[in-house]
Design a protein around this ligand. Structure first.
Ligand SMILES: Cc1ncc(COP(=O)(O)O)c(C=O)c1O
Length: 411
């Protein structure tokens, strides 16, 4: 009876549903977009370059290339690194499908390695086992994912990758602002290119920076940077220093004026795509980037409060205690009776989520022979995982409501 009363009271006071993640659009964001809409450039204007420069600086990488979404970023990374049919690339089964799909887009084969049950990240020991089991040269690359915002130990992965001659794409979609502390005590921002060849980010609405859609690739490698710039826009360049046809051909076989390239001339040098970001999306990105640290601080506060409340609860486990450098895109826990709790939360308008259905269990990947029981840690995690609401504008009252609703379920 008392429970019912609490529930009714909860429902009256909490009319607004609480999702697991939500964008925060401010008046400044709106002003930034409107100003682009009133300008001469809707795409390929000044906001893109500004966003690339500011993002590279925020992450601490030399170069950044803005693209239309995180999936496009992964696709271009696979192409820039030369993935081709027959290549084999290792990633985690606990990620969004795009981390694996990019290998398939380029015709390569995906190999999965199980997760560490403590961190939920790809287990380096499992990767090493895979590498050791085949002759060197069997695998070409690794795509570790900073899942939920927790930094992968990229220092250790670089060492392993060097031993086997592999490239690394860091999928840092969940981790802008996250950092790794290396074996000497130095900090390395996720995606800053100290260890990975390329790193990618997404600006989907539930992410730290929400531009509607959008993505970014960061790197310290100038050659890869130049290649990515080409691939993003049809493989076309207008950079005279990169032209390979003759000036005469460019001029339509007309005599050249002082050996000048005509203004209109461009060359398509690679088979690229239209994966450009628009200027108004870049404007939201620029505006939101200014609040990135504030948002991260709030995410960490929310995580600490969950940690404190769940520390001694026997029905909720995993991810408790402070994790250094965690960017908390998600607050993931493992729980008893996950389905029961999920439904109870939904009844109370708390929309927790599951991240993720293991990728190797997706029907598409069954054709390559992946099947249940291939990755016991990932599958055990999937039976119990739940992502609780985690976004900077989650109010204290809302978070208390989430915690109380969980406690009420197990009471
Ligand atoms: C880990 C991870 N990688 C890649 C992506 C793909 O990003 P996008 O949705 O921007 O294409 C996502 C997005 O949800 C993601 O979470």
């Amino acid at each position: 009876m008392l429970n019912l009363l609490i529930q009714i009271l909860n429902l009256i006071t909490m009319v607004k549903p609480i999702p697991y993640g939500r964008q925060n659009i401010t008046n400044d964001d709106i002003k930034a977009v409107v100003s682009v809409l009133k300008s001469d450039f809707l795409t390929q204007g000044p906001e893109i370059a500004k966003f690339e420069e500011a993002f590279a600086q925020y992450i601490g990488a030399k170069y950044a290339v803005a693209v239309s979404n995180g999936t496009a970023a992964l696709h271009l990374c696979a192409l820039a690194l030369g993935v081709k049919p027959g290549d084999k690339v290792i990633t985690t089964p606990i990620t969004f499908a795009a981390s694996a799909n990019c290998v398939r887009y380029a015709g390569g084969d995906v190999a999965f390695a199980d997760i560490d049950p403590e961190t939920y990240l790809i287990d380096i020991k499992e990767v090493e086992k895979l590498l050791k089991a085949s002759p060197k040269g069997t695998y070409q690359g690794i795509i570790p994912v900073d899942f939920a915002g927790r930094p992968v130990n990229m220092e250790a992965f670089r060492k392993l990758a060097n031993e086997y001659g592999l490239w690394i794409i860091e999928d840092a979609c969940h981790a802008p602002g996250g950092y790794l502390t290396d074996s000497k005590g130095n900090k390395h921002n996720c995606g800053n290119g100290d260890y990975a060849d390329l790193a990618i980010f997404s600006f989907h609405p539930v992410k730290h920076i929400a531009a509607g859609e959008g993505g970014m690739i960061t790197t310290n490698d100038e050659n890869l940077y130049k290649k990515l710039q080409l691939l993003r826009t049809h493989g076309i360049t207008k950079d005279k220093t990169r032209f390979s046809n003759s000036i005469e051909l460019a001029n339509g076989q007309q005599p050249t004026a002082n050996g000048q390239w005509p203004e209109w001339y461009y060359e398509m040098q690679e088979l690229g795509f239209n994966y450009r970001l628009t200027d108004f999306q870049a404007a939201i990105g620029n505006s939101q980037l200014k609040r990135a640290d504030e948002g991260l601080k709030r995410r960490r506060e929310i995580a600490e409060k969950y940690n404190e409340n769940f520390r001694d609860k026997p029905y909720i486990f995993g991810q408790s205690g402070v994790v250094e450098g965690h960017a908390y895109h998600l607050y993931v826990v493992e729980v008893k009776d996950r389905k029961g709790l999920y439904e109870h939360l939904r009844k109370n308008k708390v929309f927790a989520q599951i991240h993720y259905v293991p990728v190797h269990l997706m029907p598409y990947y069954a054709q390559f022979g992946w099947k249940p029981s291939d990755f016991p840690n990932a599958e055990a995690y999937y039976q119990k995982c739940l992502s609780l609401p985690m976004f900077p504008t989650l109010s204290d009252d809302e978070q208390n409501f989430v915690i109380n609703t969980i406690e009420e379920f197990y009471a």
